[in-house]
Design a protein around this ligand. Structure first.
Ligand SMILES: [Zn+2]
Length: 145
């Protein structure tokens, strides 16, 4: 039996302990009782970004985007599809750099969309430019081993 994984709830940000074997069986949050995974990226604020970055035992894949950016809009459905394919091994989140400017500058985001992949609180890969769902999944898996 492997150790439980810490999974941050996308709804209430509570840190759940989920046995690895139960990760793929639609676990729900012990605090708010909503599903921990809904095959959908979540919108991250500065506070929730920090929590998901630091407290999750699974990888975090972040799409830095902005509403005025055409390629970002074009990639949005692909990112949703990628969430369906990558969860529950990876948490997918979106940072609106118009709203969360501090996050964009902290991570030195110079062009959007930019995808950044984090594990254990550290950035392990970054890719600028729009990608299709399969390419996002391949790219993420290649960097997570
Ligand atoms: Zn919750």
């Amino acid at each position: 039996m492997s150790d439980p994984l810490h999974i941050v709830c996308p709804h209430c940000q509570a840190v759940n302990r989920v046995p690895a074997a139960r990760l793929g069986r639609d676990p729900s949050c012990g605090q708010c009782h909503r599903p921990l995974f809904e095959a959908h990226p979540l919108e991250l604020s500065q506070a929730s970004f920090a929590k998901h970055l630091e407290r999750n035992d699974i990888a975090l894949l972040v799409d830095f985007w902005a509403p005025w950016c055409g390629p970002c809009q074009a990639m949005a459905p692909a990112f949703v599809q990628a969430a369906q394919l990558l969860e529950p091994g990876v948490r997918l989140g979106k940072v609106n750099t118009e709203v969360e400017q501090a996050l964009g500058s902290r991570y030195g985001i110079r062009s959007i969309p930019t995808l950044a992949l984090f594990r254990g609180g550290r950035e392990v890969a970054r890719q600028a430019g729009a990608m299709g769902a399969q390419d996002i999944v391949r790219w993420a898996r290649a960097h997570l081993g």
